[in-house]
Design a protein around this ligand. Structure first.
Ligand SMILES: *Cc1c(COP(=O)(O)O)cnc(C)c1O
Length: 223
């Protein structure tokens, strides 16, 4: 009998299949395992399987969970995927290896200052509000060129663009749009695609997919 496939193996196989269809190399796509709201005991087996990129959406939660896990697995790369308050910029720069939610001038200022102070320059993705939804954060499309310029002036390394398309409608047009915006601005990274749509995102150029539920199961309810 064959050994049952783990969720990580399943997602990896789907990524490889999507890459084959898109004629891309699997190495072009970084799987970010979104471990927000899951305890260390749920994360450890996935670390044990070799996964090294993880995503969290809250600075404080990550500060509680990751220092100990990192001691055991020093090659871990932590991605901040949730909205960031300017007063947490220093903490975020100290803890994360990439920030996917840069979306406004005040945060450019705060992150630039935090990076100057720490001497660490953390690659950032600009989150773009592709669905024109206020509540999720993200830079309005019309303000993207100015924000890119401000980030460059502040010496913030720009890894690419990120989006979180509106729920319950076909995401493909939004992924294609983000891909085009990234191309227009000469940015390499496209952080797009979650559990329900990462294969679609890969076919449309995703370089980073952020997958939580498909790896860890449903998130525990907020306590
Ligand atoms: C929670 C979250 C994800 C992962 O969502 P799943 O549907 O559980 O895969 C991806 N990106 C962001 C920004 C998130 O907040």
């Amino acid at each position: 009998m064959e050994k049952a496939e783990t969720p990580l193996q399943h997602v990896q196989a789907n990524i490889a299949a999507a890459c084959r269809i898109a004629r891309r190399e699997p190495e072009e796509v970084t799987l970010i395992a979104v471990s927000k709201m899951h305890p260390a005991e749920a994360i450890e087996p996935v670390l044990g399987e070799g996964q090294r990129h993880f995503g969290e959406n809250r600075v404080q939660e990550a500060q509680g969970k990751w220092p100990a896990l990192r001691e055991a697995y020093p090659a871990v790369q932590l991605h901040l995927i949730g909205q960031l308050q300017s007063n947490k910029a220093e903490d975020a720069v100290a803890l994360f290896d990439a920030i996917h939610s840069l979306d406004r001038p005040s945060l450019v200022k705060a992150l630039g200052k935090a990076m100057d102070k720490s001497g660490q320059r953390v690659p950032c993705f600009i989150q773009v509000d592709v669905g024109e939804e206020d509540q999720k954060g993200g830079c309005p499309v019309a303000e993207l060129p100015a924000l890119i310029e401000q980030a460059r002036q502040a010496d913030i390394p720009l890894a690419g663009l990120m989006c979180l398309p509106p729920q319950d409608i076909e995401p493909a047009p939004f992924f294609a749009f983000l891909d085009k915006l990234a191309r227009d601005h000469g940015l390499e990274g496209r952080s797009m695609g979650m559990s329900g749509d990462y294969e679609t995102a890969i076919k449309l150029g995703a370089t980073h997919v952020r997958v939580g539920t498909a790896l860890f199961g449903a998130r525990p309810a907020a306590g």
